[in-house]
Design a protein around this ligand. Structure first.
Ligand code: 5GP
Length: 201
């Protein structure tokens, strides 16, 4: 059943929790869902591709996008800008496609204000020690950057009560299964099935 409007899904969680892996798996399993590729001023990590993982831009271009009102939301995170293009997601939602945003908590708070129908999911590791292990294992950031990311994670965890769902990424398949269940339940909400109801009126 095609819906009139897509569901906007916000996924937040600390850097290193494994969101990218979970998202890649989810996108492979689910139809009619688009991952919003964010804009960022941070440098690409090894293996990251421009236009796939992020749109990598410099600060001047990012600040131009802010001034031009092209971003649904943006935030500064560990000295870099990250933001979501408004147009890219609006067109998809209007076409009935679900849109998934992988954004941190300040950006999520802005989406909460601007898009009341959005679904908010927070993803955590099984423990704080495991988060530290995963960040070290990734082997891409210096000790200082890792320390900054762990500190940031502690602050972000305070925002969890503002989210609708909490997913634990112990095993990727388990986390993906939980998100699938959330999305299916959301689709079954009466307010999201209004179009089918008209024939029973
Ligand atoms: P990373 O540098 O590890 O790829 O991402 C750092 C943080 O930025 C992550 O928590 C990620 O969710 C967040 N992030 C990525 N894209 C966006 C965005 O467009 N807006 C906001 N507010 N945060 C983002």
């Amino acid at each position: 059943m095609k819906r009139e409007k897509g569901q906007l899904i916000v996924l937040s969680g600390p850097s290193g929790v494994g969101k990218s892996t979970v998202i890649a798996e989810l996108l492979g399993q689910r139809d009619n869902i688009y991952f919003s590729v964010s804009y960022t001023t941070r440098q690409p990590r090894v293996g990251e591709q421009d236009g796939v993982n992020y749109n990598f831009v410099d600060r001047a271009e990012f600040e131009r996008m802010i001034s031009a009102g092209e971003l649904l939301e943006y935030a500064e995170y560990v000295d870099n800008y990250y933001g979501t293009s408004l147009k890219a997601i609006q067109d998809r939602l209007d076409a009935g496609t679900d849109v998934l945003l992988d954004i941190e908590v300040q950006g999520a708070a802005k989406v909460r204000e601007r898009c009341p129908g959005a679904l908010f999911i927070f993803i955590i590791p099984p423990s704080f020690e495991e988060l530290s292990r995963r960040l070290h294992r990734r082997n891409t950031d210096s000790e200082d950057v890792i320390a900054g990311r762990l500190e940031k994670a502690r602050v972000e965890f305070h925002e969890i009560p503002h989210y609708d769902y909490l997913v634990i990424n112990d095993k990727v398949s388990g986390a993906v299964g939980e998100i699938e269940a959330i999305l299916t339940a959301s689709q079954c909400r009466v307010e999201n099935r209004k179009s089918i109801l008209t024939q029973f009126a």
